[in-house]
Write a protein that binds this ligand. Sequence first.
Ligand code: SAM
Length: 243
Amino acid sequence: MSDKVNFGDELVSPEEKTRRVGAVFSSVARRYDIMNDLMSGGMHRLWKDRFVNRVKPRRGEEILDMAGGTGDVAFRMAQRGAHVTVADINADMLEVGKERAQRRGLTGLSWKVENAEQLTFADSSFDAYTIVFGIRNVTDIPAALREAHRVLKRGGRFYCMEFASSDWPGFSSLYDAWASRMIPRIGQAVADDENSYRYLVESIRRFPRPNAFKRMVAGAGFVRATAEPMLGGLVTIHSGWKI
Ligand code: SAM
């Protein structure tokens, strides 16, 4: 790859974006969970519950939770009896996740450093692939979607939850105004890191609109690609099937 890509509002080389995203999450790993509560007013817990209800993990299923970070979504799916592989490009985020899982006595989880764009798993390995608040950080999103399709079994389910900025003057634009002013300040106060949190807000604004992302999901070979808005369009659950 040689074209410039967005790192937040800045244009950088693809390699530089991957490096800087790595630095952001290494920097925020230890404060990530408390910051999620502060940035969303605790709502991320409800969004994740709702997301897992849509995935409907079943006992014995193999699920890949990509960009799984500190394990929030994986824990909910493992508690329903699925075996979850938590994969993330950032070893620091996974380390925090492993410690949390140990403290909670959770089993049914494997942890693996993986780049979503180039997975080391064999074709047709998983019943479901999930990615929550992760894909907007990936440098080559179409490559990650193709890999998701490759590692799913036939009949496998793809689920993605991501922030969705909207042109509609509703809740999401109010949130956007609040987020761009307040989140970097909260990041500075709580995690001593204003820049990482500024990137997180900018990356939300830069992520494709739900219909554009739905087309990308379909373009990777998934059928019945859907985009389901939640909470005034602030967050969207995307899904698709591999046949
Ligand atoms: N899914 C978790 C959650 O909802 O709490 C973590 C989301 S966190 C905002 C984004 C995660 O994406 C980080 O852990 C980051 O390391 C990971 N990530 C970014 N680029 C990635 C890539 N190319 N491959 C795999 N993971 C990536």
